[in-house]
Design a protein around this ligand. Structure first.
Ligand SMILES: [Zn+2]
Ligand SMILES: [Zn+2]
Length: 230
């Protein structure tokens, strides 16, 4: 599914409809998040569908270090030579040197998101193939047609990405549409105050389209809908 010319959404029903995005900027491709499969067949198929080759993938930018979003990163990095980047706070989780920060064991809404996600995280499960991080992402950095937006709350080093040219916001897990439209999952929010501020920054961009971390993209009245989360 295409969010705008050259911005493609990838993913199926697994891992809570987890999503990744390929962004073309001239000849270069950027992958935002790497899905939950260790073998990145869905990403490779999407690259082929765009008529590109794997070596066109220059960077793999991770919104945060929850395993549903990064299991494919290690193999993709090897196959393509792309640089893997995350916020500094998430980097040692991606590289396998630290566990993802656990959340409460008390089930919270939405319950469909609780298992296996929250339970796995609470118990320290959900290991991904460790992946070296080549560079860290800082707020405001621009490359490959995207600007980095530090958007903590869901995790401390959570980032979103903004395509000014297309009015497309890639929100990561700061916004989800599965199993319902929400400003992230209650069960996963590590810091509600930061999350609210992150949503404010996202709303201020007045996006035309939002590609979310879980669920279908928001293709219509996106700015109005993000605003409704404040
Ligand atoms: Zn997450
Ligand atoms: Zn997620």
């Amino acid at each position: 599914m295409e969010l705008a010319p050259g911005i493609v959404c990838i993913g199926d029903k697994t891992r809570g409809y987890v999503r990744a995005f390929l962004v073309a900027d001239g000849k270069e491709l950027t992958l935002v998040d790497a899905l939950a499969d260790t073998h990145p067949f869905a990403v490779l198929a999407a690259i082929r569908r765009l008529g590109r080759s794997v070596t066109d993938l220059k960077r793999i930018w991770l919104t945060h270090a929850h395993f549903s979003h990064l299991c494919g990163a290690a193999e993709l990095r090897q196959l393509t030579g792309a640089k893997v980047c995350s916020h500094e706070w998430e980097a040692d989780i991606v590289s396998g040197d630290r566990k993802a920060q656990p959340v409460s064991l008390v089930p919270k809404r939405p319950l469909r998101a609780y298992i296996p996600f929250q339970l796995g995280l609470a118990l320290g499960l959900g290991d991904h193939p460790p992946c070296p991080v080549d560079d860290v992402l800082t707020d405001g950095h621009e490359e490959g047609g995207l600007a980095v937006l530090h958007a903590p709350g869901h995790t401390p080093g959570h980032v979103g990405f903004w395509s000014e040219k297309h009015g497309v916001l890639l929100s990561g897990d700061a916004i989800v549409t599965w199993p319902e439209f929400a400003g992230g999952w209650d069960s996963f929010r590590l810091n509600a105050v930061q999350q609210k501020e992150s949503l404010r920054r996202m709303a201020a961009l007045t996006p035309k389209v939002v590609g979310v971390g879980h669920g279908d993209p928001i293709m219509e009245r996106a700015a109005e809908r993000v605003d409704s989360l404040l």
